[in-house]
Structure formats: structure tokens, C-alpha cells
Ligand binder design. Structure first.
Ligand SMILES: O=C(O)[C@H](O)[C@@H](O)[C@H](O)[C@H](O)COP(=O)(O)O
Length: 255
């Protein structure tokens, strides 16, 4: 089911396709649908001779999606050594900390399927400080992403944050670099590295993965005809070719 909205002007002249909304019954159906679509996109990209660059996100529904991708992987024909994975944001904690997005993704998917090209921001016990982690990840993203992220998956917080771009935060205004540090995240842990809006908006396809009543108001604000990016940062991310909001019924209940 989709509810196309009017085209979304980004103010810089490059019109982006209007967001599409796809609603599934519950979190399990939602995770299965997203996983199947992701496998199709990766498989099609490889069939076209590409090494797809895929953006992963942290968060609970993302973990369910990752586990579903791992469950369905055997029948997909995907060459997991020829996919490059990046993260929209990463928590600046020690490498072995269970809060690391890359550690969760490795447990749920990346190590399960044998992914070999995984890029994230360095952990707090790998570099001197948050600024160094953000700087290194910015350089990695700049060097490694061959063109644009083919699919960038993102979550949304109840406050409308996306990646680690939080409402009314100075990081929203950071330009000229692929990634930046956030030291006062209202969502724990407090220190994070996030891709900037400029980088997020270079993705070809942006998929928001959203489950639960607790996100319904943020989803409604994000998709409303009017509203500010400062108040609801998820309003500021649109794929060059497509933006899809994958929702379950509870998350869609205020649309
Ligand atoms: O590292 C993070 O915390 C995320 O990248 C963050 O942006 C997350 O995707 C949303 O907060 C949704 O998280 P939940 O799905 O757990 O609500």
C-alpha cells in the first residue's frame, strides 16, 4: 500500500521523488518485507556488475531486518564478499561494547553471511577521541563509497531524529564533511559519529524502517506537508531515486 505525496523540493534545485509509504501488519511482517526487498536490490545490483554500497542503521527494527536477511540469504544468490556495508551512525564506545552498531550487525547478519567489506567509525578504544573517529570515518566514506549508497536504511527516533542527527542540534548544520561527532546525544550512549545530511542525501534509495506506536507521531511529523527539519530531522533526508517509509500498522497509525 502506498500513499504518494507531492514531489519534495530540496531547495537546491534537485527535486527528489516524493516519499512512498508501505505498511505491513506487524514488526515481523515488516522485517520480512524489507529483508526480501534488500536481497532483491543487492542481487539485481550484482547482476548488473556492481559492488553495491549499502548503508545500515542501528536500532531494534534494524536488528530484526538484519536477522531476516541472514535467514533468507541462502536462497538469494548474493555474493556477500562483493557488497560494501557502511553505517549511518555509530556509537563511540569501546569496540567490544554491545552498544556498537557494527557489533550488533555482525552478530545478526554480517558475520553470519561472511561479509568482508564493512566500514564504520572507529571505536573509543581505537582512536584518541570522538573528533578523530569522526574525521577517520569521514575520510573512509569519502574514499570508499564508489558513487552513492545504493540503499541507505535508517531508523527514526520518537523525537524525529535520524542517524544521530537530533532535533535542534548543531550537527544538523554541519556541511563540508561526510561525518561528524555528537557528544551529547539524548539517546544513550551520548557519544556518536553520524553521517551528515549532505552524505545521507547522496544515497540513491533511502528506506526508513519504523515499527511501533511510539514512532507514530514522529512519522506523522516527518511526512506532514509542513514542518521544520530542525524539529524533525527525518524530514531532511530524501533519496535521489526513491524514499520509502516501511512501516507497521502501529507506526502508520497517525497518517
Ligand atoms: O544508533 C542509533 O541509535 C540509530 O542509528 C538511531 O538512529 C536509531 O535508528 C533510531 O533511534 C531508532 O532506533 P529504534 O529502532 O531502536 O527505536
Amino acid at each position: 500500500m502506498t500513499h504518494p505525496n507531492p514531489p519534495v523540493p530540496t531547495g537546491s534545485g534537485d527535486e527528489r521523488p516524493a516519499p512512498l509509504v508501505e505498511v505491513h501488519d506487524g514488526p515481523d511482517e515488516l522485517a520480512t518485507a524489507i529483508a526480501g526487498e534488500l536481497l532483491n536490490r543487492i542481487s539485481d545490483s550484482q547482476a548488473a556488475g556492481n559492488i553495491p554500497d549499502i548503508g545500515l542503521t542501528g536500532g531494534s527494527i534494524a536488528r530484526a531486518v538484519h536477522r531476516e536477511v541472514a535467514r533468507l540469504a541462502d536462497d538469494s544468490g548474493v555474493d556477500w564478499g562483493a557488497v560494501r556495508f557502511f553505517f549511518g551512525d555509530e556509537r563511540f564506545v569501546p569496540a567490544a561494547d554491545p552498544e556498537r552498531n557494527v557489533g550488533q550487525a555482525r552478530d545478526d547478519l554480517l558475520d553470519v553471511v561472511g561479509a568482508r567489506q564493512v566500514f564504520t567509525a572507529p571505536a573509543s578504544d581505537e582512536v584518541a577521541d570522538l573528533e578523530e573517529s569522526a574525521s577517520q570515518y569521514a575520510a573512509t566514506v569519502q574514499e570508499q563509497i564508489s558513487g552513492e549508497l545504493e540503499v541507505l536504511m535508517l531508523g527514526i527516533g520518537p523525537d524525529g531524529h535520524v542517524a544521530s542527527l537530533f532535533p535542534d542540534h548543531p550537527a544538523l548544520a554541519v556541511i563540508g564533511t561526510e561525518a561528524t561527532g555528537v557528544s551529547d546525544s539524548p539517546k544513550p550512549p551520548p557519544e556518536r559519529v553520524t553521517l551528515t545530511f549532505d552524505t545521507l542525501n547522496r544515497a540513491q534509495c533511502v528506506w526508513f524502517l519504523v515499527s511501533g506506536e511510539g514512532k507514530a507521531e514522529a512519522v506523522a511529523r516527518a511526512l506532514a506537508e509542513t514542518g521544520s527539519i530542525e524539529e524533525t530531522p527525518a524530514r531532511g533526508v530524501h533519496g535521489r531515486l526513491e524514499t520509502v517509509w516501511f512501516l507497521d500498522r502501529e507506526a502508520a497509525s497517525r497518517l
